[in-house]
Structure formats: structure tokens, C-alpha cells
Design a protein around this ligand. Structure first.
Ligand code: ZN
Length: 274
């Protein structure tokens, strides 16, 4: 825990969200850079990054990630956490290539197989071992994304096998259709199963997002907001920008006497390569 602080991650684009759902969705490199700068100015310490190709489809292209990461770094000191989730059908090698070749400070590591709406995410233990070993070799801090309670236990298997080393940071993804709903009991079960002393960020998908932020604060966790998880500010009212969602997360955190941590504080706390 970072005493008196909360770490806010902003997931500005994601793989699934479309401009039809929210016209303010950042897709191009320029749009993503602007969203990252605004999110940082609003109080986010971590940018969770997906990239899209010229037609707006999600891609794990190393060149696209490189261009985007370099452009973000020129403008802001926000920590960059790239996705390794990829798109349905990508091989493990394709999903991992940006981690191995670009060595970002952080990246997501999906901890198991799960329903994802009408699709599904597949991560066998051998694939997770391959991911964890690659992250380790390249000094990339994983966010251990858990969509199911079994995923938290799978992370403990990796830990026991020496494939993960602390400080551990979990991302609990709740309310994905077909997976675990957001509620305080489910969050508590995830939290209790994780390796003691770990940090965790709560990601409430869709309409659960705001309630999950309050839940994260109450449980001593961190917050994720952004168009990947939710495009609304309130029922029937689209968010004007990712930054607008960060601004509210900062307001409610401050009401709970928590100051948003700076990227520098998070780098030190999570022992990022920097
Ligand atoms: Zn993502």
C-alpha cells in the first residue's frame, strides 16, 4: 500500500470500444497522446494502452506500439502499461512481441481462461508461464489481470514456481458479461485469495464502474477508469473525455482522504525500471 495515496489508471481506448459508442474515443496516435496527457494532468499515474490499426481495429503491431509509446513519452511522464490481451485469435507470440521488443515499464498479464461476452479469452497455464518468463527476462512489471477467482489462484501457482516476483500488482476485472459480477463480496474473495501484501486495481466494467471505484477505495485498492471499461459519465450521458472520468475518480478519492499518486511514486513503489 502507498499510505494516504491511490493509484489511478486510465484505459483510454481498449480493444472493443468504438467511436459509435462514444465519438470522443481516442484511436489515432495523436488522439491517444492527447488523451494520455489530459489523463495525467487530471491525476492518472498509469496509462493502460491498446493500439489500433489505420482502420480502427485492435492490433499487437510492434511498430504501432513503438510509435505510440514514443509519442506519449515525448509529452508526459505517465507510466505506460501495454496490453498483452490482443484480439481473439492472436497467438501467444503475437501478443507478447511488443513486451519483448519494446520493454515497456508495465504490461497486463491475463491469468486464465474466461468468457468474454459471446467470445472467450484463452490462457492456459503453459501460456501464462511463457508470459511470466518473458516479462521477467525483460524487466516488465505485470499487472496480473484476474477475471475469475481461479485466475487469482493461478497467479499463486506462478509465484510458487518462481515465475513472478514482488511487489505484485493485480487487476481485478469485474462485471465482464459471462464472468464475475462486481459486488463487494466478490471483490473481497479475490482480495483474500491474492498473495498477501499485494496491491490491486479494481476495474468495474460498464455500469458497475463508478460503484466499483467506491468499492476499491473501501477495500484499500486502486482505481481504473477510461473508455475501455465504460464510456458513460452517468446514465444516458456519455463521458466527454477520458480525463473527465479521471477527474471524478480524483474527486471521490480526495473525499476519502486519498491523494492521487504521481508516476514517480508508483515507479518507486512497484519498483519499475523507470
Ligand atoms: Zn486492456
Amino acid at each position: 500500500m502507498l499510505e494516504g495515496k491511490i493509484v489511478i489508471t486510465c484505459a483510454v481506448t481498449g480493444a472493443e470500444t468504438t467511436k459509435e459508442q462514444n465519438p470522443a474515443l481516442p484511436i489515432t496516435v495523436e488522439e491517444v497522446v492527447r488523451a494520455a496527457v489530459e489523463a495525467r494532468e487530471a491525476g492518472a499515474a498509469i496509462l493502460h494502452l491498446h493500439v489500433r490499426d489505420a482502420s480502427g481495429r485492435p492490433t499487437q503491431s510492434v511498430a504501432r506500439f513503438k510509435e505510440t509509446i514514443e509519442a506519449v513519452r515525448r509529452k508526459t511522464d505517465i507510466i505506460i502499461e501495454i496490453t498483452t490481451g490482443g484480439a481473439v485469435g492472436d497467438t501467444a507470440e503475437e501478443r507478447l512481441r511488443p513486451v519483448a521488443e519494446l520493454e515497456p515499464e508495465m504490461a497486463s498479464l491475463d491469468c486464465g481462461t474466461v468468457n468474454f461476452g459471446n467470445d472467450y479469452i484463452v490462457n492456459t497455464l503453459p501460456v501464462m508461464r511463457q508470459f511470466a518468463a518473458t516479462f521477467h527476462d525483460h524487466g516488465v512489471r505485470p499487472t496480473l489481470e484476474c477475471f475469475d477467482l481461479g485466475h487469482v489462484y493461478s497467479s499463486l501457482t506462478l509465484l510458487k514456481e518462481g515465475l513472478l516476483e514482488g511487489p505484485l500488482h493485480y487487476g481485478f476485472v469485474l462485471n465482464v458479461p459471462g464472468a464475475v459480477p462486481w459486488n463487494p463480496d466478490n471483490l473481497e474473495a479475490f482480495k483474500r485469495a491474492m498473495a498477501p501484501g499485494s496491491d490491486f486495481t479494481v476495474m468495474g466494467i460498464g455500469r458497475s464502474n463508478l460503484s466499483a471505484q467506491y468499492g476499491a477505495i473501501a477495500a484499500g485498492g486502486w482505481i481504473r477508469v477510461g473508455f475501455e471499461d465504460n464510456v458513460y459519465y452517468a446514465k444516458g450521458r456519455l463521458a466527454r473525455s477520458n480525463a473527465e472520468l479521471v477527474e471524478r475518480a480524483v474527486r471521490i478519492s480526495k473525499e476519502a482522504q486519498l491523494e492521487p499518486a504521481s508516476p514517480g511514486e508508483v515507479r518507486k513503489h512497484l519498483k519499475l525500471r523507470g
